[in-house]
Design a protein around this ligand. Structure first.
Ligand SMILES: NC(=O)c1ccc[n+]([C@@H]2O[C@H](COP(=O)([O-])OP(=O)(O)OC[C@H]3O[C@@H](n4cnc5c(N)ncnc54)[C@H](OP(=O)(O)O)[C@@H]3O)[C@@H](O)[C@H]2O)c1
Length: 299
C-alpha cells in the first residue's frame, strides 16, 4: 500500500498560516491537517493521532510542521512534540515560526557566498566565517536571533544590536548557552551615532528589523568602509538599510554586495520546500535553524 504524505501543521496563532500550507502543498504534501491556537498542553493528543495510525516503517509519510508568530511559544510546542516520541514511534518535525528559520538560513547562506574566514579569526577550519566581523541589527526578533545563532556557529565575531542594550545582551546570553564559543558583543542601535558604532568594522550587516523600520541609513551604509555585504530582510518601505532595494540579489552598490528581502526570498523559498521534502525521507528528522541551514549546502 502506498501512503499519502500527511503534514500535521501545529500553529500557535489562532489561525494556522496559509503561507505555510501553500508551501507544503507545493513541496509535494498530499494532505494538510491544520490546527490553530495550539498550546503545549494540546500537543500530545494531536501528535499521538499522527504517530499511532501507521506502522513504524510507514511513519516517514507523516510529519509535523510547527509555525506561528511567537517563536518562544513555538519552541515549547517543539519540545512537547519531541516528548511524545519513543523508540521507532516518531515522525519528522520542522520548526519555522513566521519563516524565521528558513529566512535566517537563507540570509546567512547569501552572506557566505561573498565572505571568507578572516586570517585573524579564531583559526581556519573553525567555521566558514571564522573571525569575520558581522553586525546583526534588530537581532532580538524571531529572524534576528536565528541569524545570530547561525553566524555564531560559523565562527563570526558578531555585534548583536537592538534599540535596547539589555535586549541585545539577552540574545547574546541565550546564544551563548547553545554555542559556548560564540563571539558576541551587545550593542545599542537607537540613533545614528549608536548604529554607527554597532556597524563599525563590520564586513557584513544583516538587518532583521520589523517592516517599515529603517535601521541603517543610506549615508551610514556608504560611510562604513569595511562593509562588503549588506543584507536587508525588510520588504516593506522604507528599506531597513537605506539604498538597498528589496529585489537586490548580489547587486553591487558603492562597492558593497547588497541583498534585499525579495532577493533573499528566492533562496528562502527553496530552502523551505527542501526542508518539507526532507521531512518525508525518514521518520526521525528534527529540523530547526541549524538543520535547515545545512540543507542549503545541497541547493
Ligand atoms: N525575506 C523573507 O523571505 C522574510 C521572511 C520572514 C520575515 N521577513 C522579514 O524579516 C524581518 C524580521 O522578522 P521578525 O519576525 O524577526 O520581525 P519582528 O520580530 O517583528 O521585529 C524584529 C525587531 O525589529 C525591531 N523593531 C520593531 N519595531 C521597530 C521600529 N519601529 N523601529 C526600529 N526597530 C524596530 C525590534 O528590535 P529591538 O526592539 O530590539 O530594536 C524587533 O525585535 C521583518 O521585516 C520580516 O518582514 C522576511
Amino acid at each position: 500500500m502506498s501512503y499519502k504524505k500527511i503534514l500535521l501543521c501545529l500553529d500557535s496563532d489562532p489561525q494556522p498560516s496559509v503561507f505555510d500550507g501553500v508551501v507544503a502543498v507545493d513541496a509535494g504534501v498530499d494532505h494538510l491537517f491544520r490546527h490553530g491556537g495550539v498550546t503545549p498542553e494540546g500537543v500530545r493528543d494531536l501528535v499521538y493521532g499522527a504517530m499511532f495510525t501507521r506502522g513504524p516503517a510507514d511513519l516517514k509519510n507523516t510529519a509535523v510542521f510547527i509555525g506561528g508568530s511567537n517563536v518562544e511559544e513555538d519552541e515549547k510546542l517543539l519540545a512537547k512534540v519531541r516528548e511524545c516520541f519513543f523508540g521507532p514511534m516518531r515522525v519528522s518535525v520542522m520548526l519555522d515560526s513566521n519563516g524565521a528559520n528558513t529566512t535566517a538560513a537563507a540570509a546567512v547562506l547569501c552572506a557566505m557566498k561573498h565572505l571568507k574566514p578572516s586570517p585573524f579569526g579564531r583559526g581556519q577550519g573553525e567555521g566558514a566565517l571564522a573571525g569575520v566581523a558581522a553586525t546583526v541589527l534588530a537581532a532580538t526578533g524571531a529572524v534576528g536571533r536565528r541569524v545570530v545563532r547561525l553566524l555564531a556557529r560559523e565562527g563570526a565575531n558578531i555585534h548583536v544590536a537592538s534599540r535596547q542594550l539589555g535586549r541585545a545582551q539577552q540574545v547574546c546570553d541565550s546564544v551563548k548557552r547553545t554555542c559556548e564559543h560564540a563571539q558576541l558583543t551587545a550593542f545599542e542601535s537607537r540613533n545614528a551615532d549608536s548604529t554607527q558604532a554597532a556597524v563599525d568594522g563590520a564586513s557584513v550587516v544583516i538587518a532583521a528589523g520589523a517592516p517599515e523600520a529603517e535601521l541603517l541609513s543610506d549615508d551610514l551604509r556608504r560611510q562604513c568602509k569595511s562593509l562588503k555585504v549588506a543584507i536587508d530582510l525588510n520588504a516593506v518601505p522604507p528599506a531597513g538599510i537605506g539604498g538597498v532595494g528589496p529585489q537586490d540579489k548580489a547587486v553591487e552598490r558603492d562597492g558593497q554586495i547588497c541583498y534585499g528581502a525579495i532577493g533573499v526570498g528566492g533562496l528562502k523559498m527553496r530552502l523551505h520546500k527542501a526542508a518539507i521534502r526532507r521531512l518525508f525521507e525518514s521518520n526521525d528528522a528534527v529540523l530547526d535553524a541549524e538543520e535547515i541551514f545545512a540543507l542549503g549546502a545541497d541547493l
